[in-house]
Design a binder for this molecule. Structure first.
Ligand SMILES: *Cc1c(COP(=O)(O)O)cnc(C)c1O
Length: 380
């Protein structure tokens, strides 16, 4: 067995695609420590800085004191706490939907929703750049998979026209795309779904807490919350906690409670994560300046990168790619800026297509003009 694995790993290494873990020995903030060296962090999904927020820590400690540390049981057996129901009620309100359900991770949420709604005889219609968790869910569901060109409404319509015979059709898209940082045309997608009588699901992992006047996500930003059937998100990014959630009709949530295997056959979300997520919702509501600042800084970074002639694709969010191309060049730039104290990952296949390697900056609301200047300096 070892030999087979070594062979395969060597192949990965020969293509410069080998990955290893970088243990961080500090809190997940703007500055992080790796192997004793301090870096400015442009790689975190802790967009609003909530993962290390004093109020969040307090919520975590109180939850541990009252409920202990573990989820201890499946939600359907003895794992549902009043805390879970409070969180679900607040999430439904937050997303302007009838009901919500939380899962231990966003990955499991996508799997649970898609695999319980779709089976053989159904089809899923996916944006080409959808997140890996959506692809895996689609494959596991055994439904037919159709793919439209990234953000192309024409291509989506072409597929809708020729899939009328399927029992169920679900259009699924990231709302903010995780590697390009661009925005799905949710209005156009909602219109097409209505015209062709298809269901819609969006993944707000990178938008919840960040976009929209109230931070509810890209569906709020584009004014289409009531036109999207299923809205999912993660508690692990802007929320600074851990877990995933899905919002929709009461019927959808009852259906998932009964049918969704990644909800039923796993231990409940830990009380700490539930309590922190409740606190995060409060902070998102009370402190809009965090998301405003985050998007301002992102715009600023894009402008500065474009001035230097760098391609930031169609990013309009806190995720700012710097397109490089080859694996070698990307690793080279990443290692150079690293030496200057800037931590940013080199994104390579299979996360992005061949030839589309990039640095991917993610901003946090705590980043300042000086931090951006240091980053730009490291790239010169
Ligand atoms: C991170 C991410 C997920 C998975 O969420 P986790 O809570 O980290 O499991 C799902 N979809 C998208 C688009 C993501 O970026």
């Amino acid at each position: 067995m070892k030999e087979a694995l070594i062979n395969e790993l060597n192949k990965i290494k020969s293509r410069d695609l080998y990955r290893k873990l970088n243990p961080i020995s500090s809190a997940p903030d703007k500055f992080i420590t790796i192997s004793g060296k301090k870096y400015i962090n442009f790689s975190s999904n802790n967009y609003l800085g909530l993962a290390n927020h004093p109020g969040m820590k307090k919520a975590a400690v109180s939850a541990v004191e009252k409920y202990g540390c573990g989820g201890t049981s499946s939600r359907l057996v003895a794992g549902t706490l009043d805390l879970h129901l409070e969180l679900e009620e607040k999430l439904a309100k937050f997303k302007n939907k009838e009901a919500a359900l939380v899962y231990p991770t966003g990955f499991q949420t996508n799997q649970g929703v898609i695999c319980s709604l779709l089976a053989e005889g159904d089809c899923i219609i996916m944006d080409k750049l959808n997140h890996a968790s959506l692809w895996d869910a689609a494959k596991l569901s055994r439904c037919r998979i159709f793919v439209y060109e990234h953000c192309s409404q024409e291509d989506l319509e072409r597929i809708l026209k020729r899939t009328k015979d399927y029992r169920r059709r679900l259009i699924v898209t990231d709302s903010v795309f995780s590697m390009d940082g661009d925005l799905a045309p949710l209005k156009g997608i909602a219109e097409l779904a209505e015209k062709y009588n298809a269901w819609t699901m969006i993944d707000e992992a990178h938008a919840a807490g960040v976009f929209g006047e109230n931070g509810r996500g890209l569906a709020e930003y584009f004014g289409v919350e009531d036109r999207i059937d299923i809205i999912m998100g993660t508690l692990s990014k802007a929320f600074g906690s851990q877990g995933g959630f899905v919002c929709g009709s009461k019927e959808l949530i009852n259906f998932l409670i009964n049918k969704s295997r990644s909800f039923i056959y796993t231990t409940a979300l830990s009380p700490v994560s539930a309590a922190c997520s409740i606190e995060a919702l409060k902070i998102i509501k009370d402190e809009p300046e965090r998301r405003i600042r985050l998007l301002d800084m992102s715009k600023n970074l894009r402008l500065k990168l474009n001035e230097l002639g760098f391609d930031t694709l169609n990013s309009e969010s806190q995720i700012v790619p710097l397109l490089v191309g080859s694996v070698k060049d990307t690793l080279e730039i990443s290692s150079r800026v690293n030496k200057k104290g800037v931590f940013v990952p080199a994104i390579r296949p299979p996360t992005v297509p061949e030839g589309k390697c990039r640095l991917r900056f993610s901003l946090m609301s705590g980043h300042t003009q000086e931090d951006i200047a240091q980053l730009i300096d490291s790239l010169k």
